[in-house]
Design a protein around this ligand. Structure first.
Ligand SMILES: CC(C)(COP(=O)(O)OP(=O)(O)OC[C@H]1O[C@@H](n2cnc3c(N)ncnc32)[C@H](O)[C@@H]1OP(=O)(O)O)[C@@H](O)C(=O)NCCC(=O)NCCS
Length: 186
């Protein structure tokens, strides 16, 4: 499978490298970054997650790519599109997602990467729809979803099957964007 990378004005969405594992682990130790995410048990668990993302890109040619900010930093987080797990209530589907190290918030990097990933999903993969989901309280992530033209139907809100019952992270919102709805407002 050809592994695609994508270049935007400020970013490179690329395959993961071994050197990314250390800053990925550090990002996962930041309480602000992980506020709405399940923590990694230890460094091995963090590495295993990164390797799963790398393997998805190897297998499918796309995935949650490592993000490089050209001339700024070789690894600032990840963003991209991924086949949802079969435990997800919306399986089968392709989801879009992002995570940035805290110093790189507030610069538009997540939205820039996400736009490029949507273009890849619709124009190269010819997907009909891309979804996104996050914890109800994760307003910053939902702002990215809005910014790239995704919409939420509260009737789609759901309890994430992998989050323990009773956890404040259990309730999720779902956003969607259809290929033929993209940039209708432009
Ligand atoms: C979700 C997350 C990626 C959003 O990051 P973000 O920096 O808020 O989003 P963007 O990169 O799109 O940046 C948008 C902000 O940059 C500003 N900005 C500055 N320069 C910009 C530019 N050139 N272009 C666009 N926006 C720019 C925007 O005004 C906006 O600011 P605001 O939040 O004050 O309104 C980040 O908060 C994060 O990593 N969170 C932890 C992980 C997580 O929860 N991931 C999602 C799980 S589902």
């Amino acid at each position: 499978m050809k592994t695609h990378s994508i270049t935007t004005p400020r970013l490179i969405l690329r395959q993961w490298r071994d050197e990314d594992l250390e800053p990925f682990w550090a990002m996962g130790q930041d309480a602000e970054v992980m506020e709405f995410l399940l923590p990694y048990a230890d460094r091995a668990d963090s590495d295993a997650n990164a390797v799963r993302l790398r393997n998805h890109i190897d297998a499918h040619g796309f995935g949650f790519w490592a993000l490089e900010a050209s001339g700024v930093a070789p690894f600032i987080g990840f963003a991209g599109i991924l086949n949802v797990n079969d435990a997800n209530p919306f399986y089968p589907a392709v989801e879009i997602g992002w995570r940035l190290a805290r110093p790189h918030w507030g610069k538009g990097y997540a939205s820039e990467a996400a736009e490029a990933a949507l273009t890849f999903g619709f124009e190269t993969l010819k997907l009909d729809e891309i979804i996104a989901f996050t914890v109800l309280a994760n307003i910053r992530s939902q702002a990215v979803m809005h910014r790239i033209g995704m919409t939420r139907n509260p009737a789609d809100d759901f309890d994430h099957p992998r989050v323990p019952d009773g956890s404040p992270l259990k309730r999720h919102v779902l956003y969607r964007i259809a290929a033929d709805a993209r940039h209708l407002d432009d």
